[in-house]
Design a binder for this molecule. Structure first.
Ligand code: BDR
Ligand code: CA
Length: 316
């Protein structure tokens, strides 16, 4: 089976960091590179974190391109309240040695998609959708050119940043609207499933005990994430949002999805950033968007553990 080529567009963030490890460790995925976007922390911090995670994984050959530092219309309200001052809640990361890519992240996304065969690249955004929206405006043809978009964001029945909206969508609602309205295939991996991807102590211990240095790194990330989620989100265990996207690409049966239209609210007010999914039956097979509704918990963690083991083996 051919590996699926992906572009990760991300704002690491503990859970983005695990998504990177998953992409690097899966034999089914060819990670072409990472573009970064201001979100969980400032652009300089998340770009540093992306490079540091690749260094930790022994994969500094994978390029990192810095993208937009703020949402299209709004000031950046970062996710520091969950991810702390560094974006990784103080987890010790190795200092990256490979410089940041020498072009803007949005240019890199457009050039990469346009220079590959049509329908061979999957876009995996795990932060605010600013870069992806700008790429669509710069080169609308990318919409027919990519294979699909599998993004973490939104929620059908759940929210976190506000009563109505999830963090990535709430941070740049205008960008999200552009991305959901474009004529490409979008899978919305939202809070309905990611809030079920909890890193419970037993799985964290198992990973720590079996996956060597990579497991210890993941466990350190989870300690910081757990503390933040306990302190201000009323969670006992942290929900590991972003890797759900990569896990779905590795094995689609990990999520149950439903095709339906999704609209993003961009009017200021209490519903700003809400992803309004039309769940009225019957399912609309022609919709270009689908939403994830259920997670296979055991399968998800088996996928994560396998990938972390592969990262560890490659390091040895
Ligand atoms: C999303 O927001 C960030 O805090 C996480 O990295 C994830 O992408 C969850 O709402
Ligand atoms: Ca993220």
């Amino acid at each position: 089976m051919d590996k699926e080529k992906i572009i990760l567009d991300s704002d690491p963030g503990e859970d983005d960091a695990v998504a990177i490890l998953l992409a690097v460790g899966s034999p089914n995925i060819d990670l072409l590179g990472i573009s970064t976007v201001g979100g969980n922390q400032s652009i300089d911090k998340v770009t540093y974190n992306a490079r540091a995670v690749l260094k930790q994984a022994g994969r500094e050959d994978i390029p990192v391109y810095q993208g937009a530092d703020r949402p299209i219309l709004r000031p950046l309200q970062s996710g520091a309240y969950v991810h702390g001052e560094t974006g990784l809640n103080g987890t010790v990361v190795p200092e990256p040695t490979v410089p940041i890519g020498d072009k803007h992240g949005v240019n890199w996304i457009v050039e990469t998609i346009m220079s590959h065969e049509p329908k061979t690249i999957t876009l995996v955004p795990t932060g605010p959708l600013t870069n992806i929206a700008l790429a669509l405006r710069m080169e609308p043809a990318i919409a027919e050119r990519v294979k699909r978009v599998v993004l973490m964001g939104g929620g059908v029945f759940e929210a976190n940043k506000t009563a109505a909206a999830e963090f990535n969508i709430a941070t740049d609602p205008e960008a999200a609207r552009i991305v959901f309205e474009a004529p490409w295939d979008v899978t919305m991996v939202g809070l309905d499933v990611t809030h079920k991807a909890l890193c419970k102590p037993d799985i964290q211990k198992e990973i720590e005990e079996t996956c060597g240095k990579t497991g210890a790194f993941m466990s350190g990330l989870m300690d910081g994430f757990r503390a933040a989620y306990q302190a201000n989100q009323d969670f006992v265990d942290p929900p590991v949002h972003d890797p759900c996207t990569v896990a779905y690409i590795i094995d689609e049966s990990v999520l149950t999805t439903r095709r339906c239209n999704v609209e993003v609210v961009t009017q200021d007010g209490p519903a700003l950033g809400e992803t309004v999914a039309d769940m009225r039956g019957p399912e609309n097979p022609d919709s270009h968007t689908q939403v994830a509704l259920k997670l296979d918990y055991d399968k998800f963690w088996a996928i994560v553990k396998d990938a972390l083991l592969n990262v560890e083996k490659a390091l040895a």
